[in-house]
Design a protein around this ligand. Sequence first.
Ligand code: PEP
Length: 260
Amino acid sequence: MSNQRPALVVGNWKMHGRLAGNAVLLQHVAQGARALPQDVRVGVCVPFPYLPQAQALLDGSPVAWGAQDVSAHEQGAYTGEVAAEMVAEFGAAYAIVGHSERRAYHGESPELVATKTQRALAAGLTPIVCVGETLEQREADATRDVVGAQLDAVLAVLSADDAARIVVAYEPVWAIGTGKSATSEQAQEVHAFLRERLAAKGAQVADVPLLYGGSVKPDNAVELFRQPDIDGGLIGGASLKDADFLAICAAAAAVADSAS
Ligand code: PEP
């Protein structure tokens, strides 16, 4: 974590939650986040139907909210899809795009993810663009090629000014939901590579927040966040437990404090 870039910790609830449990979780996270320093930003990306609930319970708190996907279309006959503009109407700040679960289970191509990124930006949302390699790709020494191509597809359709408004999350597929996080060295190496790629797009893009995601827990967060090119985390499983999520946010605060 560098002292120039604020830390960012975002929860990805995936397809979890029910109204009653969400209310408790959101209230506890909002309450806990009040104790965090201002240079640590916190967000939660909830399933679409819970956006109004997130808005009602988080408005005025230090916690921002967002969605986990947006349609590549602006509007129209696309049954089941949700437009970025609709997400924005609920006060959302973020939209995850290109999560590996969407790439794998819904066949999302790099070009589709790029279009979704454009839609999110056009709606005033901050897209959190996920990139990451599978275990087979890592073992074939193709990590840089894979994440580089995923990022390049997005950067290719954006101006440098728009590219400066995105967040990138490096999420090795083999580390998601497996309890097997990348080591801090493995993560830093890929983050440094992604940082170079971003900087090549323009000076203003070099400081795009780069989050690590994949089995981040309270006990490994400090070590990961200590890396110079890791600006925070995208948190899946641990974001469903208020104490764990807040402990990860506190880890970001501790590292940011020691870096300043
Ligand atoms: C994710 O799916 O974005 C994620 C990082 O999951 P987990 O933290 O559960 O590995």
